[in-house]
Design a protein around this ligand. Structure first.
Ligand code: PMV
Length: 317
């Protein structure tokens, strides 16, 4: 019988450049959002009562043994137990998350990664990041159908990632820390549906979409170089260009465009939607002296919440 509680956390993520085109083999870059996290605690439970799962934000609590196969939390637990060939422990596993659900910030991946790490640590067999990532990819399939794998990768490694489907992800360094504001439109968006919609349009206008994807792929390569070199003005321009192409792809919405424009007008170096689009969040790249103004502008343009995160460098809070 275990006597010690274990806690692990995992960050959210934002895609800086390359959503959707990444599904079609083009590169994308994503960075962890260390200030918005999912936290999982596993503590000893009642003897012979098995594992009890508590998802605080979803107001759900249930016995692992009674969960459906397609419940993401239960699936993560099952994959860990199978991998470690371990019996179900007598324990309580509690999930808490700062991340909004269904809005492109990697909430599902963060919950899975924190769960896998906490449960394996509780069982005295903390899994290496590669394995955590593989398990998180399997669980992502419940959320997304055919995920590219970018979410689980950036969240598992908690590092900026240059990602091309079916190739090993490349972790890369940040030349200069930078600040992002993340603004929530409050419009829930289904990645599965957005990806399916782009797929329908791609079939209908193959040549046009292939050109769009190529352009976005080129932007993602340039954005990686800009992040590595700390060329933040250039990065801002690339984010703006990426947003324009996402509008052409048909995945933006007026409320997102309004927030993007408001951020730029208030002094952001660049802004775009992030994730699947059709709702969710926009990101704005902002110099420290403009953070206050851009935050106000995003709120005035309709953002329900605006979060600040620093990417790279030491914590300054
Ligand atoms: O989970 P989201 O909303 O950040 O979307 C993932 C990005 C897509 O490129 C749209 C889909 C994918 O699997 O990469």
């Amino acid at each position: 019988m275990k006597t010690k509680a274990v806690e692990r956390s995992a960050p959210g993520k934002v895609i800086l450049c390359g959503e959707h085109s990444v599904v079609y083999g083009r590169p994308a870059i994503a960075v962890p959002v260390r200030d918005l996290r999912a936290r999982v605690r596993v503590e000893p439970g009642v003897q012979d009562e098995g594992l009890y799962l508590v998802a605080t934000n979803l107001k759900e609590a249930f016995a692992f043994g009674e969960a459906s196969d397609e419940h993401p939390l239960a699936k993560a637990v099952r994959l860990v137990l199978n991998y470690l060939q371990s019996e179900e422990p007598d324990a309580v596993l509690t999930v808490e998350s700062d991340l909004p659900i269904a809005s492109g910030l990697g909430s599902g991946a963060a919950v899975t990664v924190a769960t896998v790490r906490a449960l394996s640590a509780f069982l005295d067999a903390e899994l290496p990041r590669e394995t955590v990532n593989e398990i998180a990819y399997e669980v992502e399939k419940i959320h997304h159908g055919t995920p590219s794998g970018i979410d689980n990768t950036v969240v598992s490694w908690e590092s900026p990632v240059y990602f091309v489907r079916e190739r090993s992800p490349e972790l890369f360094e940040i030349g200069l820390p930078f600040h992002l504001l993340i603004a929530n439109s409050g419009i829930a968006s289904s990645t599965r549906e957005a990806v399916a919609e782009v797929h329908r349009r791609w079939i209908a206008s193959l040549e046009y979409y292939e050109i769009l994807f190529n352009c976005i792929g080129a932007l993602a390569n340039a954005a990686r170089a800009a992040v590595e070199q700390g060329a933040l003005q250039a990065l801002g321009i690339l984010l703006n260009e990426n947003h324009r192409l996402l509008i052409n792809m048909g995945v933006s919405l007026m409320p997102l465009d309004r927030m993007v424009q408001a951020a730029r007008d208030a002094g952001a170096l660049g802004a775009k939607l992030t994730g699947a689009g059709q709702g969710g969040n926009v990101i704005a790249l902002v110099e420290p002296e403009s953070l206050h103004d851009v935050k106000q502008a995003l709120r005035a343009a309709g953002a329900l919440q605006v979060w600040h995160t620093q990417v790279g460098g030491a914590y300054d809070e």
